[in-house]
Structure formats: C-alpha cells, structure tokens
Design a protein around this ligand. Structure first.
Ligand SMILES: NC(=O)c1ccc[n+]([C@@H]2O[C@H](COP(=O)([O-])OP(=O)(O)OC[C@H]3O[C@@H](n4cnc5c(N)ncnc54)[C@H](OP(=O)(O)O)[C@@H]3O)[C@@H](O)[C@H]2O)c1
Length: 195
C-alpha cells in the first residue's frame, strides 16, 4: 500500500519520506525519491504521515511516533482479524478511533482503505472513476487529504465525523471478501453515480 500510494504522489510532485523499520535494508533501495527514515522522532516532525501497516503493527507504530504527534495521520489500515474471518476492532468503535486513542493529538483521517493497492497505483477505468471516501472530524485535515486523493485520480467524497470510519472499514471488508474470498479479483472498485 505504502509503495503504491507513495509512487503516485512522488510522480505528482510531492516530497515523500518513506518511514520504515530499517532504512539500511536493501529492499527499500528502489523507493522513489530514496528518502528513508526510521519510524520515530524525526518522522514525527512530519506534517502528514500515512500509516500503511498491518493492523497488528498499529500499536508499535503509534508508540514509535509518540503520543505527542499532532500532525495529520492518514489511516489506511483495515482492522482485519488475525484469522481473516472479518474485522476485529479490538474493542474500539473502529480502527481509526483506536488510532485516535493511541495518538490523541493527531488529526486522524481515514482514507485509501476502501479499495486494493492495484487501484491506488492505477485508478484508470473506462468511463468511471474510483470512489474514495475521506473521513475525519477535522475539516482542514480532510481537505488536505482530499487533494492527495484527487492526485490518485479518485472521485473523492469528504465524510465529516470520524464516527463514520467504521463504515469505511466495513466497505473495505466487502471489497476484500469479494476480491479474495469470492474470486472477483482486484481489478474492480466502488464508483459513484450522481444526478
Ligand atoms: N494491500 C492492499 O490492497 C490494501 C488496500 C487497502 C488497505 N490496506 C491496508 O493497508 C495496510 C497495509 O497493507 P499492506 O498490504 O501494504 O501490508 P504489508 O505489505 O503486509 O505491510 C506493509 C508494511 O508494513 C510494515 N510493517 C509491518 N509491521 C510493522 C511494524 N511493527 N512497524 C513498522 N512497520 C511495519 C512492513 O514493513 P517491512 O518492510 O519492514 O516489513 C511493510 O512494508 C493494512 O492495514 C491493510 O489492511 C491494504
């Protein structure tokens, strides 16, 4: 996910710093722009961090960022149960609200979780635009992330109120269930029609 998103944003002209566990690891050598940083103090100075890690890594990433992180945190994780049977919010209302409890000062935006990484890397479909809901209780943070979503070519809808993040995570589970469990594959996405 991180690779897919960062590569498009790098092409769109954004400065990307890749937050990784071990910046010396050669597997990161091909990341566009090549700016690598260990997840921790320096990264916590970023205005905007995209959290693209497995659900069971959210605690350690939040702890490495520190509870004082007050920038925008884009949460594109999905709280998928370890046995892949559904969602497991670990007692929180949603994964995004779980992250908010760990990082109370962060301006949390739930986005980029509702479709597959292949659609992030390439959102081109004939006669349709991929939908992306950007959900936050912080209108200013949502508008920053809306621009990032439009950079990906998504039809972007801001959803006010982080309490709606759970519905976006359910949407993601529907996409995953159809794509993987019910063999629709990854080359489809939710789209909106209007009149
Ligand atoms: N893949 C998709 O199509 C997709 C779509 C929408 C949402 N998502 C969500 O996005 C998140 C990432 O998905 P993914 O498919 O990119 O997962 P992934 O490939 O399994 O993991 C992404 C990265 O997380 C890092 N990571 C794992 N544990 C970590 C830890 N404890 N601390 C710091 N970094 C850690 C890994 O770093 P290392 O390189 O160091 O191992 C890896 O590069 C998940 O929550 C997923 O549900 C995925």
């Amino acid at each position: 996910m991180g690779r897919a998103l960062g590569a498009v944003w790098h092409r769109a002209g954004h400065e990307i710093v890749w937050g990784v566990r071990d910046p010396q690891d050669e597997k990161y050598a091909d990341l566009p722009g090549g700016q690598l940083e260990a997840i921790g103090d320096n990264l916590s100075k970023s205005d905007l961090i995209v959290m693209a890690v497995p659900w069971d890594a959210v605690d350690s990433v939040a702890s490495a960022l520190g509870a004082d992180y007050s920038g925008i945190l884009v949460d594109c994780t999905n709280p998928i149960a370890a046995d892949f049977s559904g969602l497991d919010h670990k007692g929180a209302a949603s994964g995004a609200e779980y992250a908010k409890a760990l990082l109370p000062k962060a301006r949390i935006v739930k986005a980029f979780n509702q479709t597959g990484a292949g659609n992030m890397a390439n959102a081109d479909y004939p006669n349709a635009q991929v939908a992306n809901f950007v959900c936050s209780s912080d209108d200013n943070a949502a508008s920053v992330v809306k621009q990032l979503s439009e950079d990906l070519g998504f039809d972007t809808v801001v959803v006010r109120g982080l309490e709606h993040s759970r519905q976006l995570e359910e949407m993601a589970w529907l996409w995953i269930s159809l794509a993987i469990k019910q063999e629709h594959g990854a080359d489809w996405a939710f789209s909106l029609v209007r009149r």
